[in-house]
Design a protein around this ligand. Structure first.
Ligand code: SF4
Ligand code: SF4
Ligand code: SF4
Length: 350
């Protein structure tokens, strides 16, 4: 049966439109739904061989009909694991590499069905208590919950399975000039898997894009370069110390990778998340634009408005909520930022 096209959305982008389109954090594809397995990637199993990594990827979500993750209508594959810890992260379920169970406590009715399936769940004193440290992310309890309070983040899939799932929508890619994007988390932490997926897609003449935070060794870029058509590259702050404060890591390697992509002639679309009070000052934007204008292959700079809608996901995966209390930047502030960046000869989009 032919799927319906999604309703058109506002052209204004938010952070959630890029690198985070996952609304529920579950895999839409029936193929992925069947692939839940009982293990985590900690311990010796984590040091999988390169071939092993190529055979399986850990995926958080597959979003179909994405319209903000590169040209045309796309499928976006969200991979799990990220080297950064951005305080505003709207995707906390994608930070940890290993699969994990999310418990949406705000949806829990305390019915107790999950506790019948697994001792990690306990209903006591009118509260749902979850023993996260004992959970192996097997996913068995998810089906027991009728209230959508349990979700498994992270499933192991092969490049072939992933390619088959995204190729279901090839007609939409062909008619819209779209394709397939890998995002995360940080997809290049699983570069061999991405390269193998892209190799399968290039055989079918599908456009491919990598949505990256850039904080990976250059060798990870080299792995996908022959089969990647476009890079969507986050640029969060021009100053390395501020970058470290906001993301847990300096930006030296990120800048070096960007410059190297430029020297290799790779088209790059920059993504700047705009968070009031953290990186929206005129001086900060000008310094970002100055650096980006020197890369030479930047096709556009897309500005993403911060929002805090993902706050409940922190509790679901047992992480401390670090999201700034700042509100979303207004339209005037977004337009002003676009004008500033446009002044450096860059094509800025909000
Ligand atoms: S790069 Fe930052 S915002 Fe993106 S997934 Fe990683 S921690 Fe979250
Ligand atoms: S809590 Fe759920 S996912 Fe975790 S071990 Fe128990 S059944 Fe498996
Ligand atoms: S099955 Fe769902 S609603 Fe019932 S106690 Fe467990 S998490 Fe809560």
């Amino acid at each position: 049966m032919r799927r319906r096209w999604p309703p058109l959305r506002s052209t204004r982008r938010t952070i959630a439109d890029c690198r985070s389109g996952s609304a529920a954090g579950t895999c839409c594809s029936p193929i992925f739904a069947e692939k839940s397995r009982t293990h985590t990637s900690s311990g010796p199993a984590a040091s999988a061989s390169r071939e092993g990594e190529m055979r399986e990827g850990i995926i958080c979500d597959l979003k179909r009909f994405a319209v903000h993750d590169g040209p045309g209508v796309r499928s976006t594959v969200f991979l799990k694991g990220c080297p950064l810890r951005c305080v505003w992260c709207h995707n906390p379920e994608s930070i940890r590499r290993a699969p994990e169970l999310g418990v949406r406590f705000h949806k829990c009715t305390l019915c107790g069905e999950c506790a019948r399936v697994c001792a990690c769940h306990r209903i006591a004193d009118g509260k749902h208590r979850f023993g996260r440290e004992s959970c192996t992310a097997c996913g068995r309890c998810v089906g027991a919950c009728l209230f959508d309070a349990l979700v498994l983040y992270g499933k192991r899939v092969t490049p072939e399975e992933t390619a088959a799932a995204v190729l279901e929508d090839r007609a939409f890619y062909e008619t819209s000039g779209g394709g397939v994007t890998v995002s995360g988390g940080e997809p290049l932490l699983q570069a061999a898997f991405c390269a193998e997926l892209f190799r399968l897609l290039k055989r079918e003449c599908i456009h491919t894009a990598v949505d990256t935070c850039g904080e990976v060794p250059w060798s990870a870029f080299e792995t996908v370069l022959p089969v990647a058509d476009l890079f969507l590259f986050d640029f969060k702050h021009p100053d390395s110390e501020a970058h470290r404060r906001l993301t847990g890591s300096g930006n030296g390697r990120i800048k070096a990778n960007l410059l190297r992509l430029g020297r290799n002639g790779c088209p790059v679309e920059i993504r700047i998340p705009l968070i009031p009070g953290l990186n929206m000052e005129d001086e900060t934007l000008k310094r970002s634009a100055e650096f980006l204008a020197g890369i030479g292959t930047v096709t556009a700079v897309r500005l993403l408005a911060y929002h805090s809608l993902a706050r409940s996901k922190y509790e679901a995966v047992g992480r401390a909520d670090t999201m700034p209390r700042a509100g979303s930047p207004g339209d005037d502030a977004m337009r002003h930022a676009a004008e500033l960046i446009g002044g450096f000869g860059l094509r800025a989009m909000v």
